[in-house]
Design a protein around this ligand. Structure first.
Ligand code: ACM
Length: 633
């Protein structure tokens, strides 16, 4: 009897936390059917492997160690699993077509859990879903009783919309260590992203060891240390200065990262960006440019004049010489080593923003063009891209490049990464090329995600809502089957740490993962916002920096006649916004936002902040009237 009462007390104590919520899974599964009932997991749960597979055993080892963190001991048993609470996991003997290569079925019953898939990628993805259904920590009562875990019974059938669900990390502008890259991969995998595009080379640093060309890393991996705004506020390097900032990955480290990624269902696509963005390469081997001049790796100092509309001038040569046979011999050996290292299907050759000015000025290049009937810079770039494609395919790999590689015609078999909107992607599909969609206005994770008064202003804006509206298949595309998928790209000119890289990536990568995994019909902004919020708390518990800008007021200013009007928005019904235009503090005693209001004339500023249950949530925005005026479109 005493035992009964203590059990009752424990259940009452925890009953308020046993909320039967809708699922909080990101990306949203294709099908989720909840039923009345719940699975209560306490200390012990039996594990039954229904298929023999080293990969499955390894996946389960990961799961076991995660569950140990929350006090659950998964102990493997053989025999009749139905008599105990069990997690049964295995492969279908005959593949189930609907699940494809990466799908899974997850059944949560009162008696246990069943996870089935066709492949190890499927079980891996199913385990990621299961982990999202479990808490990351357990509450303990004052009496020291650990709360049981309760999961609503449900049946999930889930598979991805696209096979290419990527994130790109630029490790040239900022060098990230192996452990930092692995941490980035961990989060990608948790959200079922399966392609890691590793931007390994650029003007600001060469990051991959190439044994045939040691100077690429001895010289190219290092630059003088500079802080401040990239491309404007950083001084050019002086010859007398020591290049102390940088780093690179040895081939052994790269193999380690590849294996780490593979265990998490992630394929790595390495990028060697040529013929442009090659200043680090040319700092090591100036002979591969037209001028062959000595230069240092760029520390983010200004060397480009941007004229708008994608037009620009490079004041330091950062392009390879496409008329020099030695360049192709060099690239052949270079891509040979890259192909030997990376087991994936694709190698990315960059191809973006190559400046043709030095080619146009060089007599030998002009002579080469005349001899080969090459009309202009675009045609010369196309000649270069086609030769690189031959090199890459001779190594047994497929080539992919940024959409500039379409200019002047592209070799069959090459794939295109559409970044300047979807135009290049649509054109490439029309020509029969495979395409990865990464239109910058929806997927560039370096763009500003909140109000300029609290966020860094860089290039352009990308709110979570806009990222959530990313649709990888444009209307009227000729052959949607050629669209492999898409990815979010994190350029790191203004990202000086892994913590900030996470902040810029999440939650927008949730939106991108959902655009690439979930069905098009399941788009639901309110539901996504609710799920995103529940993942904020998971990131907080994991100690990972996540941007919570969606709590903060979204400020829109406009003119109504001669009045300057201001509208504040946020996507949460239970969040109130307060503002002040009279320098009064605290802001909570300011004016509760009820609708658009006028900003009066005068030397004043707007302060605005969000509150939930009387507590501030999100940062205080502070914008001068002058800045508000400048925001009117
Ligand atoms: C790019 O953003 N330059 C591909």
């Amino acid at each position: 009897m005493k035992r009964f009462y203590s059990l009752l007390i424990i259940l009452l104590f925890f009953s308020h936390s046993m909320v039967r919520a809708q699922h909080q899974i990101i990306p949203a599964p294709v099908s989720y059917e909840a039923s009345e009932g719940s699975l209560i997991i306490d200390q012990n749960m039996s594990l039954v492997l229904l298929s023999e597979s080293d990969d499955l055993s390894r996946q389960v080892e990961f799961l076991k160690s995660d569950l140990k963190e929350i006090g659950i001991n998964l102990s493997q048993i053989t025999g009749d699993s139905t008599i105990v609470k069990s997690l049964r996991i295995g492969f279908h003997e005959t593949a189930l077509d609907t699940l494809g290569n990466e799908g899974y079925q997850l059944v949560i019953e009162e008696g246990g859990i069943l996870l089935m898939a066709n492949t190890k990628a499927g079980t891996f993805n199913g385990i990621q879903t299961l982990k999202q259904l479990l808490p990351l920590s357990r509450t303990t009562s004052e009496e020291g009783v650990v709360a049981p875990i309760e999961i609503q019974t449900c049946i999930i059938e889930d598979f991805p919309r696209f096979g290419w669900r990527g994130l790109m990390l630029d490790v040239s502008r900022h060098f990230f260590t192996v452990d930092e890259v692995k941490a980035y991969l961990d989060q990608m995998a948790a959200y079922k992203m399966n392609v890691f595009h590793w931007h390994l080379t650029d003007d600001q640093g060469w990051r991959i060891e190439i044994k045939t060309f040691p100077k690429l890393t001895e010289v190219g991996a290092w630059r003088v240390e500079r802080h401040g705004k990239f491309g404007a506020g950083r001084a050019a390097p002086k010859k007398s200065e020591k290049a102390t900032y940088g780093g690179f990955y040895t081939q052994e480290q790269i193999k380690d990262v590849i294996a780490y990624a593979a265990e998490r269902n992630i394929t790595i696509v390495p990028e060697i960006d040529v013929p442009g963005h090659s200043m680090a390469l040319l700092a090591a081997y100036p002979q591969y440019s037209t001028k062959k001049e000595y230069k240092m790796v760029n520390p983010g100092a200004k060397f480009v004049d941007w004229y708008g509309n994608g037009k620009f001038k490079m004041n330091i040569e950062n392009t390879l010489n496409p008329a020099d046979p030695a360049v192709y011999a060099f690239l052949d050996m270079l891509f040979g080593e890259v192909a030997d290292l990376f087991p994936g299907e694709y190698i990315h050759m960059g191809g973006d923003e190559a400046y043709h000015g030095y080619w146009e000025e060089d007599a030998k290049v002009q002579e080469f063009m005349a001899k080969n009937g090459i009309e202009d810079g675009k045609a010369l770039q196309s000649y270069f891209v086609k030769r690189v494609e031959k090199i890459i395919s001779s190594k047994g790999k497929k080539m992919i490049g940024w959409d500039e590689i379409l200019d002047g015609g592209l070799a069959d078999g090459a794939a295109v990464m559409s970044w300047r909107g979807t135009k290049g992607g649509i054109e490439a599909v029309g020509l029969g090329h495979k395409v990865v969609m990464t239109p910058n206005e929806f997927t560039y994770l370096d763009f500003t995600q909140g109000d300029y008064s609290v966020e860094n202003k860089i290039y352009s804006d990308l709110s979570l809502k806009k990222a959530y509206s990313f649709e990888p298949v444009p209307d009227f595309v000729l052959d949607p089957e050629l669209i492999l998928g898409g990815q979010g790209n994190l350029w790191t000119e203004a990202v000086p740490s892994i913590s900030y890289a996470f902040y810029m990536t999440y939650p927008r990568a949730f939106a991108i993962s959902e655009a690439l995994w979930s069905t098009k019909e399941s788009k639901d902004w309110e539901g996504f916002v609710r799920r995103t919020e529940s993942h904020f708390s998971r990131f907080d518990q994991k100690g990972i920096n996540v941007a919570k800008t969606i709590y903060e007021p979204e400020v829109r200013v406009y003119n109504e006649g001669r009045k300057l009007m201001c509208e504040l928005k946020n996507p949460f019904e239970d969040i109130e916004m307060y503002y002040a235009i009279d320098n009064a503090y605290p802001i909570a005693t300011g004016i509760k936002y009820e609708g658009p209001f006028e900003i009066p004339a005068g030397d004043l500023s707007l302060r605005a902040q969000s509150f939930r249950d009387g507590n501030s949530i999100g940062r205080l925005l502070h914008i001068s009237r002058k800045d508000l005026e400048a925001r009117v479109k």
